[in-house]
Design a protein around this ligand. Sequence first.
Ligand code: MFK
Length: 525
Amino acid sequence: MPFEQTPPKLGNQYEDDRVLRSYLARVLPAEMLREIEGSLFEMGRLAGGELYDLQLADRLNEPRLTQWDAWGNRIDKIEVTPLWRVAERIAVEHGVVAVAYEQKHGSLSRVHQCALAYLFTPSTDIYSCPLAMTDGAARTLLGSGNQALIDRAVHNLITRDPNQFWTAGQWMTELTGGSDVGLTESVARQDESGEFRLYGRKWFTSAISAQMALTLARPEGNPPGGRGLALFYIETRDEQGRQRNIEVNRLKDKLGTRKVPTAELTLTGTPAQLVKGTTDGVRNITPLLNITRLWNGISAVALMRRGVALASDYARKRVAFGAPLSEKPLHMDTLAGMEAEAEAAFHFAFYVAELTGRSETGEISDSDALLLRLLTPVMKLTTAKQAVVVASEALESFGGAGYVEDTGLPVLLRDSQVLPIWEGTTNVLALDTLRALNEDSLAAFRSAVTTLAGSVPSSLDHATSWYTRISDGSVLEAGARRLAMTLGRTMELALLLNHANSTQDAQSLSNARRFAASGIDLIID
Ligand code: MFK
């Protein structure tokens, strides 16, 4: 018989996930877990079965933009691929956004929702992008106090009916930059009827198939900077399905997230409504950013988990030098390193989900609110960097096959690479960490880590003494990434230790030991 290689396979992605299952068993009341476990089994089955098969079959398809119809009319029609159409229906019917708003289980509903998103994401080629923005838009509108807009849009964003469902866009980035949003050039002018109309160019707008968007523009006469911007609500199409004075110039040709129709837009008098006052647009859009940053972390751990799942299965099937790779100590040591990073990151992302849930139901203490504000950027930047490393290692564990497109593996690395870029680059989030760091938030951080780990890790002492000692602003800025990463990895170690000690899970204990030796303290004096 000629040699034949058995490809890697996925089982039920809930059933096979030791970390997710032992985490949920630890944090959820037994009755809640019993109630929701069916939804997780089902999502795990889809993610390892028909969604994964469809993802592989959909590999060469990409979204299409048709700018003109046969008769010369501008239509700017966007068609997403078959995978995304199915993904949308599954996401809506299974409540991948809705669960967080139905709040059947109070603040822990956010954990349930994140578990669904975590299972769903890796088989849908980043359909998590529109879901994240939809979730963030719902949260932002609900918090805005703008009852007319809440009544108009929120039920569509959080419905479980695919025929009613709207996705939301988050149109922030302009030619002037994706990070320094205060430079936004789009202007808002009031027409004769007093309605605002937006004019400008949006340079990088993800998932442009959305029915509504939140965006920033400067009302005429307002001062420069983020304070002079206002947050606006837009509906993208009129009753006839025509774009409302929005021209889609082209789709972006990106390294990854190629199923996401990301576009350059020109707003040519787009009707828009103020969400919350005529100023402070940057501050007013931050609830959206904090939700999409949570999604970014959940996506990071989901992609890491997929890499580990595929690599582990393949190790049992691939024979080299006389034995399966799963019997080769060096190969298994490499996989164990990936698994330790993935489990540490998992606990961090879900800890932020727990805090987010408590803040949404008003059950969060003042000090945990400060902790959440600090941990959101720290978690986003830490897990995103880990995802790229783990995805790269996952590809390498397949040898040449990991570099070949029709295995479906390279997309894992390409899609992971967006995670440290969008929703704030690592450096922008390191600066946001400095913005959120003060005596009180640092005390909340120390207290949480000490309780979780049972003692103060030396990395935390080092980070604290460095931060309190540095008075030169430029030295602080230069070290901000190292500081944020040290805080992030310290928190991951504390959470991993806490999980291992509470559950006495031998694999978590071993991952904690390995993670502790994998570069926690990155401070350079
Ligand atoms: C798969 C999952 C993810 C899917 C997502 C897909 C969509 C991808 C599409 C995109 O990438 S959309 C673009 C994302 N863009 C960003 O994330 C912007 C990155 N830049 C920043 O985050 C900057 O830090 C920022 C624009 C906020 C800096 O702007 P400013 O004008 O210099 O901010 P400033 O003056 O420091 O802060 C303004 C106010 O907001 C302050 O409050 P006050 O007005 O009360 O003083 C800040 O404290 C507050 N603030 C800033 N960041 C905050 C925040 N509040 C809470 N949380 C934050 N994160």
